[in-house]
Design a protein around this ligand. Structure first.
Ligand code: SF4
Ligand code: SF4
Length: 150
């Protein structure tokens, strides 16, 4: 039996992970799939509760992960060597946490063994988003949220 201390996410860097390990690090919160706004003057970024059109708002997973970059042109692909640039991701994001040498929280599915704990802990965006199609682009500002720390 592998103890949590000996688990790959505690012993390997993000760059050393296999593709399967890398993908399993995503906790399925869906937070990074919310639209964001950036103030042109200050550079400050704001999260909104508006979900990307490909986000399954109940499962909090991308509905077409393999093709996502071709369908949603501003979908950002995370790269293992980009740790320093993860600062736009939520503080709860497992990639950001591991890049910052923090452990995974109890609710992370790799730790809990249960994909539902990310929802039960109130980390995922389930039940907290509106569909992209319901919001005019010029009204995105009305949807700024403060429950995602980053
Ligand atoms: S914020 Fe991080 S952990 Fe959450 S869905 Fe996005 S990549 Fe996965
Ligand atoms: S295309 Fe998929 S992975 Fe990319 S932001 Fe949208 S829902 Fe998230």
């Amino acid at each position: 039996m592998v103890t949590e201390a000996g688990a790959f996410w505690n012993t390997k860097s993000l760059a050393e992970m296999t593709t399967e390990e890398w993908e399993s690090v995503c906790d399925g919160c869906g937070r990074c799939c919310l639209h964001k706004l950036q103030d042109e003057d200050s550079g400050l970024m704001f999260y909104t509760n508006v979900a990307c059109r490909l986000l399954d708002r109940e499962r909090c997973r991308c509905r077409n992960y393999p093709q996502r970059m071709a369908i949603v042109h501003d979908c950002l692909s995370l790269a293992a060597d980009a740790g320093a640039r993860f600062n736009w991701l939520p503080l709860s994001c497992a990639y950001r946490r591991l890049a910052n040498r923090q452990s995974l929280e109890w609710w992370h599915p790799l730790v809990s063994g249960d994909p539902n704990t990310v929802h039960q802990a109130g980390i995922s965006v389930r039940g907290r988003t509106v569909p992209e199609a319901s919001v005019l682009k010029e009204r995105l500002e009305d949807h700024i949220i403060h429950w995602v720390d980053f």
